[in-house]
Design a protein around this ligand. Sequence first.
Ligand code: R2B
Ligand code: URA
Length: 303
Amino acid sequence: MDSVGEQCERSICVNNPYLKSMKEDILYHLNLDTVNHDLPEQFGDVKFVCVGGSPLRMKSFIEYIAKELGIADPKGEYPNICEGTDRYAMYKIGPVLSVSHGMGVPSMSIMLHELIKLLYHARCTDVTIIRIGTSGGIGLQPGTVVVTRQSVDTRFRAQFKQMVLGKTVVRRTELDVELAEELLQCGKELGEFKTVIGKTMCTLDFYEGQARMDGAFCSFTEEEKQKYLSEAHAAGVCNIEMESSVFAAMCKLSNIRAAVVCVTLLDRKKGDQMTSSHEVLHNYQQRPQTLVVHHIKKKLNAF
Ligand code: R2B
Ligand code: URA
């Protein structure tokens, strides 16, 4: 069955009637295409995709999960599948794909268009995709891991606005409830750090856009900042980052079970700058990986 534009239960939905008639599809920013690569052969067994901002972090993630699943490469070699482009990095081990997405909504969006088509061309089924990342917390102890229930915009609405032909298209940003609860449960089982579930606010900027007063410009007072963060907190926002909205919206459109798991690096009510040591920050960044690896191991053992 061809799933272009059709409702599909277990497979990847792409909703683009023009894809069908293309002789070749070039996934430009991933340096892959449908003519020179056998995508079903190379990627058909993918069940879990983990995405995160930094290429280095996504390389260390694949090394870590390979070890945990007992399928580590004896030579410790994990080639970057997207070698030849420095836009994104991609690694694969068994059913797990690890992909970097850069910083911000546009970078995530470009990567996701091509990743979703890649999974579609590869005829993958039952795929789960999880963003592992960092964030600023609101009223949480730094190092707390937040599983996102819903990504919200800067007015705390569960929506993502995409401009198409100069018009605003509004898309929903809820994430998979069951998967979020399962990940929360994994946090409890591990018992190594605090894990909570809540709303995540997605912004277009790290500085003024996240009510920071330490950017090159600042157009508001400390009092106004605190008022805004308190409003966000009252609306159920636990943390702030920069990609979850488009991630949630696009995964929902393509029928992929999706989750966002971000560690909080600081409490934004208490400050703006990253004052923790490099070591502490590194330890925090490991936490979403630990949680997600635990989840994947549980799922694979259940098969
Ligand atoms: C979290 O961290 C990055 C900014 O430092 C951004 O990609 C995000 O969402
Ligand atoms: N990433 C963000 O987007 N904001 C923070 O405060 C920390 C990490």
